[in-house]
Design a protein around this ligand. Structure first.
Ligand SMILES: Cc1cc2nc3c(=O)[nH]c(=O)nc-3n(C[C@H](O)[C@H](O)[C@H](O)COP(=O)(O)OP(=O)(O)OC[C@H]3O[C@@H](n4cnc5c(N)ncnc54)[C@H](O)[C@@H]3O)c2cc1C
Length: 376
């Protein structure tokens, strides 16, 4: 008894893959289309919070994530000169034995999940998307760019923050707006001292590192930039190294030469967020992940809430024979939690931009982590 028998997932990112894997566990047939023929995201590091690790455990990939990434507990907070000011605990997620947090290279996590998606029996079509979607009372007819057609009980849109499905179904929703801060990321060799995430809090700027494997970590720098300006990628290594120089901790200084090498793979992203009011479906098409709930990375939970939404949607579709009931329960379980992540991440971002109260920053961080550790 399930609400659907055959589902199309549009988008093979973390959210879409999570939904697809869990739907297959319930015996539901799943087609997945992913426009990237190589199915491989950018090579940056990603922080996986404790709740994200719990969600990955539900998907059945926690042990391989722990082996190919890095699992740790707690966050160390430093002044720019290397003076330690606090040890912030990361609460263990309730109902699980996973660690309090961790890190992994984004393409490594994507490969682990794409292997699990195929192993679950999802029919994956790469380099392909929809060219027409028409729904009626009992199903959705889809035409694909490779000439195929299909009929589905439900279409799950997981095509990311620039979702074309959202543009079509929710034309009233404005695109995400730049928030006044950008984030730089680099891949670095991991000094032996770095065994958990560490952050250095400067004035209007923050540096952080997080291990992503036995040998490497990634470094991120969040920087205020009042307007969304184009920064020529050719200059990124010099700009990044220049920002590191504002942090006279010997550990950071020693890594500056590495930042100037191609291996550092420096990346810059202006930050934006988006929260579409629920419900996130229009009839038999429902949106999940960044399509409707895209956060800035201040709580390192964007991928996590997308994966959780995929899991919860599949759970609800598998436990009732009524689609509307399943979608109502899905929204009831997901909207407030996604809202918490997006609003509190934005509050942290604003405090950083305004040079606001660091105690308040710490309080929001702690309370958010405690809330997110609760069951989904
Ligand atoms: C700078 C930055 C740092 C971040 N750091 C973290 C972090 O440390 N921890 C964390 O948890 N989160 C982090 N996030 C958030 C995280 O990256 C996203 O929340 C997550 O990737 C969303 O996954 P998704 O599957 O919903 O969307 P996406 O990752 O965008 O995946 C969408 C997929 O759909 C495909 N697609 C798009 N359009 C179509 C189409 N028409 N047809 C078929 N396929 C299509 C795309 O190719 C892509 O594979 C960060 C975000 C940013 C911007």
């Amino acid at each position: 008894m399930t609400a659907v028998n055959k589902v199309l997932v549009v988008g093979g990112g973390f959210s879409g893959m999570a939904a697809a894997i869990q739907l297959r566990k319930a015996g539901i047939a799943v087609d997945l289309v992913e426009q990237d023929p190589h199915w491989c995201p950018l090579g940056a590091g990603i922080t996986v919070s404790g709740p994200t690790l719990r969600a990955l455990e539900t998907l059945g990939v926690y042990l391989v994530v722990a082996e190919q990434g890095f699992v740790s507990d707690g966050v160390e907070i430093f002044m720019p000169n290397g003076h330690k000011v606090a040890d912030m605990p990361t609460p263990r997620p309730v109902g699980s034995t996973v660690g309090g947090g961790g890190g992994i290279m984004r393409p490594v996590l994507a490969r682990i999940l794409s292997d699990a998606t195929r192993a679950a029996g999802v029919a994956v079509h790469l380099g392909c998307t929809h060219s027409a979607i028409e729904q009626d009372a009992s199903g959705v007819n889809v035409r694909f760019t490779d000439g195929r057609t299909g009929r589905y009980d439900l279409v799950i849109g997981a095509d990311g923050v620039h979702s074309t499905l959202r543009e079509t179904l929710f034309p009233e929703v404005k695109p995400p707006e730049y928030i006044g801060q950008g984030v730089w990321r680099a891949v670095m060799p991991r000094p032996d001292a770095i065994l958990r995430p560490r952050m250095w809090l400067g004035h209007h700027i923050k540096v952080g590192v997080n291990p992503v494997s036995k040998t490497h970590m990634y470094m991120f720098i969040t920087e205020d930039r009042p307007t969304k300006e184009h920064i020529d990628p050719v200059t990124w290594p010099q700009v990044f190294a220049g920002l590191m120089k504002g942090f006279p901790d010997p550990l950071i200084e020693a890594l500056i030469p590495h930042a100037l090498t191609p291996e550092a793979a420096i990346d810059y992203r202006p930050l934006a967020n988006l929260l579409v009011p629920a419900p996130w479906n229009r009839g038999r098409v429902v949106l999940i992940g960044d399509t409707v709930a895209a956060t800035t990375p201040h709580l390192a939970s964007g991928a996590g809430i997308g994966i959780e939404s995929g899991i919860v949607l599949a759970e609800e579709l598998a436990t009732t024979d009524d689609l509307q009931t399943a979608l109502d329960r899905f929204h009831a379980r997901r909207f407030k939690r996604c809202e918490l992540v997006i609003r509190n991440s934005e509050a942290l971002c604003r405090i950083e931009i305004d040079g606001g109260d660091k105690q308040e920053h710490g309080r929001i961080m702690r309370e958010s982590l405690m809330a997110l550790a609760q069951p989904i």
